[in-house]
Design a protein around this ligand. Structure first.
Ligand code: SF4
Length: 192
């Protein structure tokens, strides 16, 4: 049996025109922008709430726990990394409290631009923040939506738990795996 080994996926560079984005004020918290990672032309777009660090405090590349769990489950679900692109509702990682509603609404415009460029076949919202932001409905959650496809903003969309939640609560792992297997099945025969 081949063993799985997490790795740093290539970063999709932030477009020059957006590199110094200060639209919502989150730049003041000091974290750098991460536009996305993985294959920018992949048929499956995974949306997280915000990026984890790709470097440790010394600036060395690292694979955070969220990425490790996501990569492991994707691998076990039969998804090849070439099929996956990861991006975020917020392109910067918040390190202090912030106005969640306002910042998410403003930063979502970057995601909308990305979608026009990428046109993925399936979108997977990971965690309740991504679900509520992308579906534009604060009442929704992963638990109530998982296991089905929805047409959202014109895209075939499904949901799964946030990999960090799964890491913290390992009893969620089988459901997480099930959700990613559903994505694998749907990428072969996406519904209209
Ligand atoms: S979080 Fe988004 S909108 Fe706010 S400064 Fe960063 S990139 Fe710009």
């Amino acid at each position: 049996m081949t063993s799985f080994c997490p790795e740093i996926w290539p970063e999709d560079p932030t477009p020059e025109s957006q590199l110094d984005c200060r639209k919502c004020g989150l730049y003041q918290q000091g974290s750098r922008m991460i536009w996305g990672e993985g294959n920018p032309n992949a048929p499956i777009m995974l949306i997280l709430d915000n990026p984890g660090a790709r470097e440790d405090r010394q600036g060395n590349p690292m694979v955070c726990g969220t990425r490790q769990t996501l990569q492991k489950a994707s691998y076990e679900a039969g998804l090849d990394k070439s099929e996956l692109y990861v991006t975020y509702i917020l392109k910067r990682r918040p390190v202090r409290t912030y106005d969640k509603e306002q910042v998410r609404t403003i930063c979502m415009r970057h995601l909308e631009e990305q979608l026009h460029g990428h046109r993925p076949g399936i979108i997977v919202c990971l965690g309740n923040v991504a679900v509520q932001s992308f579906f534009r409905n604060p009442e929704l959650d992963v638990k109530g939506l998982r296991g089905s496809l929805y047409k959202v903003n014109g895209y075939q969309t499904t949901v799964a738990y946030h990999p960090l939640a799964v890491r913290r609560r390992p009893n969620l792992y089988p459901q997480f795996l099930e959700d990613l297997r559903f994505v694998a099945a749907m990428r072969n025969s996406p519904a209209d």
